[in-house]
Every structure is written in C-alpha cells, then in structure tokens.
Design a protein around this ligand. Structure first.
Ligand code: NAP
Length: 306
C-alpha cells in the first residue's frame, strides 16, 4: 500500500518563504511585487482559478489585479491591454488565464506578454530557454510536480518517467524539465499505442490528460510514484461512488456543489504505487505556489534587487 502524497504542506512552506522575502523587500524598498491576471469572458472554472491566485497573492503581501475583459474582445484589443501591463511599472508578473474564447489565439496573446513578466512560464522565449536548459521561469504546474518529487526524495536521474499528455502548459515543459534532470522520459498522448504497456514500464508516472480516473492499477508498475495532475469535475453520483465508496467528503461535495473533483488517476492505484498525489490537494496548490515564486523572482529582477 502506497502513501498519499499531499502537496499542500509543501505549497504552504513555499508560500511562507515567498511572503517572508516579499516583506523583506518591502522593508528595504517600500515596493511590493505586482501580479496581473487577464481574464477574458465568463468561464466559471477560470473565474475560480483567477480568484484563488488573487487571494493567494494578497495573502503573501503582493499587489494583485484582475483585468476582466469582455468575451467578444478582438485579438488586437486584447494584445494592446497586455502591452499596457507590460509598460506598467507596478506590475511584475502577467498571466493570461486559459482557455480563451474560441475566436482568440491563446498563444498569440501569451506571446504579447513581456517575457520578463511571463510568470506562468509559457511564453515562447521562456520555453525556448527551458529547452536550452538556461535560466528561465519554470512553467508553474511542471515546476510544482518537480518540487513535489524532490521533496518526497524521489531521485530523477536515470529513472524512466512516463508523462501522459503533451500540452504546452503541462506535458511538454514537464518532459523538458525532467530531461534536464537526467530522467529518461516517454511522452504519451492520444495516439500512443498500448498506453498501459508503455506506462507500466515507468518508475514515475505523471498523468495530465483531463480524463477522470483513466489511469487504473493495470497501467502502473508495482512501487511506481504516480503524480496526478488532472482536475476533472464529476457530477455523476454513481461514478463518484465507484471511485470513493461512501466517502462523506465526496458525498458532501456532490450534495453542496453538484460535483466532486477527480484526477486522471483512479484512487485504487494508491494500493499498487509507492505514492500517489490526491485530487484535490496534490499538484494544484503547488501550481499556485510556483506562480507566486515566479512573481517574486520577476519583481526581484525587474527592480534590480539582490
Ligand atoms: P489538454 O491541453 O487537454 O491536453 C491533454 C493531453 O492529454 C493531450 O496531449 C492529449 O493528447 C492527452 N490525452 C487525452 N486523452 C488521452 C488518452 N485517452 N490517452 C492518452 N493521452 C490522452 O490538457 P492540459 O491543459 O494539459 O490539462 C490536463 C489536465 O490537467 C486537465 O485535467 C487539467 O484540468 C489539469 N490541470 C491541472 C493543473 C493543476 O494545477 N493541477 C494545471 C493545469 C492543468 P493529444 O495531444 O493527442 O490530444
């Protein structure tokens, strides 16, 4: 039986360290890091994510701002608003909350961010530097995954790692970061043949596919470390019951909110793995902590502080 590898205690430690440093900088300079989130339209999940980031940044003593823009904004107007934030000296970090409405190209919007303020770590310059293994803001969710593995004492060098998912915000940058750490990485996706066969050879599995409870015990080698990045809303009480039995917290979620959050990994995997991250409370809090760490670093560099 493996252990549940919670991310929250580590995320709390990272945030406490960031808050302490931000307070020291404020004492010295009178300035605080500024984070701006660009929110286009009224996607409910995006609103929740942006509010969490705003709340956390305020808790750490940052100046935080949400730029709410209408769903029908055109690409030129959106990019101009992003450039205004690039010029704003009170703003050190800018994030464009994805997904954007269908008529907008998300990567054109991200490319409009000044790379020095790219605290999500997804600008083409940032990703290029990451591929070159040069100093760069590390994409937040992959950074969280790596911090969690290191904190749990998982050595990466020479390990076989299966990353399921190849998106630009999770799978691809994570594969690069793991390669930079000397792991042997297999990136899997929807066209991968014999996914269970490929994944079951891995010492470490990271699932980032957006498919509730897809990775079942037959995918996983005995004693593997499994990181579940997926966040899926499950509204079906029968499926929730199959996954979590009579768990009162899950029943309460369904009764109060009408859904419960489920990862990409079936909870039964914990019995076969050495460790499995829970959803919620696994990688999610570390993603937010990584954003705060990157914002403090952007502030430090832009203001020329040591
Ligand atoms: P995405 O852009 O939709 O990418 C999903 C990836 O999974 C794609 O590469 C896709 O393959 C692959 N995939 C989908 N179904 C598959 C299947 N049946 N077999 C093998 N591969 C499959 O998603 P994302 O933005 O990376 O997010 C992935 C999950 O992580 C979502 O649940 C999201 O909510 C969650 N997430 C969590 C955090 C966090 O902080 N914890 C942060 C970001 C995302 P193709 O490329 O071939 O289509």
């Amino acid at each position: 039986m493996g252990v549940w590898l919670a991310g929250k205690p580590l995320a709390d430690r990272i945030k406490a360290d960031v808050a302490k440093k931000a307070a020291e900088y404020k004492d010295r300079t009178g300035r605080t890091p500024g984070l701006a989130a660009v929110l286009v339209g009224d996607n409910k999940a995006s609103q929740v994510y942006v509010r969490t980031k705003e709340k956390t940044s305020q808790q750490l003593g940052f100046a935080s701002r949400i730029l709410k823009l209408p769903a029908d904004i055109d690409a030129r107007a959106l990019e101009e608003r992003i450039r205004e934030l690039n010029r704003d000296e009170d703003i050190d970090g800018i994030l464009v909350q994805l997904p954007l409405p269908g008529h907008l190209d998300p990567w054109a919007a991200v490319a409009a961010i000044d790379p020095r303020k790219d605290v999500d770590g997804i600008h083409p310059v940032t990703l290029g530097r990451l591929v070159q293994n040069q100093d760069a803001f590390k994409t937040c969710t992959p950074q969280g995954v790596l911090e969690l593995l290191k904190d749990f004492g998982v050595a990466l060098e020479g390990k076989n790692v299966a990353v399921i998912g190849r998106s630009l915000i999770v799978g691809k940058p994570l594969a690069v970061m793991l390669t930079n750490e000397n792991a042997t990485v297999t990136v899997c996706h929807s066209k991968t043949r014999d996914l269970p066969g490929v994944v079951s050879r891995a010492d470490i599995v990271v699932a980032a596919m957006g498919r509730p409870a897809f990775v079942t015990p037959d995918f996983v080698k005995e004693g593997a470390v499994v990181v579940d990045v997926g966040i899926n809303s499950v509204t079906d009480a029968r499926l929730a019951g199959e996954l979590f039995g009579d768990d009162p917290a899950r029943r309460k979620d369904l009764a109060d909110k009408g859904y419960t959050l489920v990862g990409d990994v079936h909870p039964a995997v914990v019995a076969k793995a050495a460790a499995l991250t829970p959803v919620p409370g696994g990688v999610g809090p570390l993603t937010v902590a990584a954003l705060m760490k990157n914002t403090l670093e952007a502030f430090r560099r832009l203001k020329g502080l040591d």
